[in-house]
Ligand binder design. Structure first.
Ligand code: NDP
Length: 276
C-alpha cells in the first residue's frame, strides 16, 4: 500500500507543501501520496484521527493547528517542547504519535545556504509569535554575540528572552523589548512578524544595518516584501522565506522517510511557479 502523508491547515488550499513533498518523493524514487487536508478550526484532533484511520503515517501541520498538534502528541521532541508547537507528526509502529518542529532548523539551514552572518554576529529578530519561538533555539546554537527580540507587544519579546535565557551561553547577550528600544547596528535582521502579509513594516530605526548585513523575511512572495525593499534601500542584502519553507519540509521528509532530499532544485521549481 502507498504510504500516505498530508498537510493540515485551515485554510489549506494555498499550501505549497504537496508540491514540495511530491517533488522530494519523485527525486528520491519514493512511492507515496501527500495531500492537503482541511480540518475544522477547533478540531484538529478529529481531522488527524480520521487520517490515521485511512492509513495516514505522518503529517505537516500549519496555521492555525501548531498548538493543537502540540497538545495532541504522545511524544514530543525536545525542540518541539521548547517551541510549544508541532509542525510534523509521525505515527509510531506502536500507534503512538510523535511530534516535532522543523521550522527552526529549516530557517538556519536556509541562512547557512545564503551564508548569513551567524556565529559572532549581532542578530535582530522582529516578532514574538509562534514562528519566532520556533527559531530561537537553533539561532542561539550558532552563538551570535547578541540576539535581540523586538515586538509590537514588548512583553511577549521580553518573555521569550526570559524563556530562552538558559540557552544563551558563551557570551551571547539575549534580550527582548519594543521596536522603539532597538539600539545599534545588526549583521542579520530576521522579520518574523506577519506585518508583511498586510504590506506593513514594523517601525524600525533608519540606521539598522552593518555594511554587510542581511535582511531575511520569513514570509515569501513573488515580489520582494515591503521589509525586503526597505532593507535593500538601506544597503542590506535581502532574502525571503521560500528557502526556509523548503528546508523545513526536507527535515520533515527526513523524519518520515530517513532520506534527505536535495532542496535546491525544489526551491528553484517553487520560485519559478511563484513568478509565473
Ligand atoms: P503569529 O500570529 O504567531 O505572530 C505574529 C507576530 O507578528 C506577532 O509578533 C505580532 O505582534 C506581529 N505582528 C503582526 N502584525 C504586525 C504589524 N502590523 N506590525 C508589527 N508586528 C506585527 O504568526 P507566526 O509567528 O506563526 O508567523 C509569523 C510570520 O512568519 C508569518 O508571515 C508566516 O507566514 C511566517 N512563517 C514562515 C515560515 C516559512 O517556512 N517561511 C514558517 C512559519 C512562519 P504582536 O505580538 O504584537 O501581536
Amino acid at each position: 500500500m502507498m504510504s500516505r502523508y498530508a498537510v493540515f491547515g485551515n485554510p489549506i488550499a494555498h499550501s505549497k507543501s504537496p508540491l514540495i513533498h511530491r517533488a522530494f518523493a519523485e527525486q528520491l524514487g519514493d512511492s507515496l501520496s501527500y495531500e492537503a487536508r482541511l480540518a475544522p478550526a477547533d478540531d484538529f484532533a478529529g481531522g488527524w484521527a480520521e487520517f490515521v484511520v485511512e492509513g495516514g503515517l505522518g503529517a505537516n501541520v500549519t496555521m492555525p493547528f501548531k498548538e493543537q498538534a502540540y497538545r495532541l502528541v504522545d511524544v514530543l521532541s525536545p525542540r518541539a517542547q521548547r517551541s510549544c508547537a508541532v509542525n510534523t507528526l509521525l505515527l509510531g509502529k506502536n500507534g503512538q504519535v510523535y511530534g516535532d518542529t522543523t521550522d527552526g532548523v529549516g530557517l538556519v539551514r536556509d541562512l547557512e545556504r545564503i551564508q548569513a552572518p551567524l556565529a559572532g554576529a549581532r542578530i535582530l529578530v522582529l516578532g514574538a509569535g509562534g514562528a519566532v519561538r520556533g527559531v530561537l533555539e537553533p539561532l542561539l546554537a550558532k552563538q551570535p554575540v547578541a540576539l535581540i527580540i523586538a515586538n509590537r507587544t514588548a512583553a511577549k519579546a521580553s518573555g521569550l528572552a526570559a524563556d530562552f535565557a538558559d540557552l544563551a551561553v558563551d557570551g551571547t547577550s539575549l534580550s527582548g523589548g519594543s521596536f522603539e528600544e532597538i539600539e545599534g547596528h545588526f549583521d542579520l535582521v530576521i522579520n518574523g512578524t506577519s506585518a508583511s502579509l498586510g504590506g506593513e513594516l514594523p517601525p524600525l530605526p533608519q540606521a539598522l544595518f552593518t555594511p554587510q548585513a542581511l535582511a531575511y523575511d520569513m514570509m515569501y512572495s513573488a515580489e520582494p516584501t515591503v521589509f525586503m525593499r526597505w532593507a535593500a534601500d538601506r544597503g542590506a542584502r535581502s532574502e525571503d522565506g521560500l528557502g526556509m519553507l523548503v528546508e523545513q519540509a526536507a527535515e520533515s521528509y527526513f523524519l518520515w522517510r530517513h532520506k534527505r532530499p536535495d532542496t535546491a532544485p525544489v526551491a528553484l521549481m517553487l520560485r519559478q511557479l511563484l513568478m509565473a
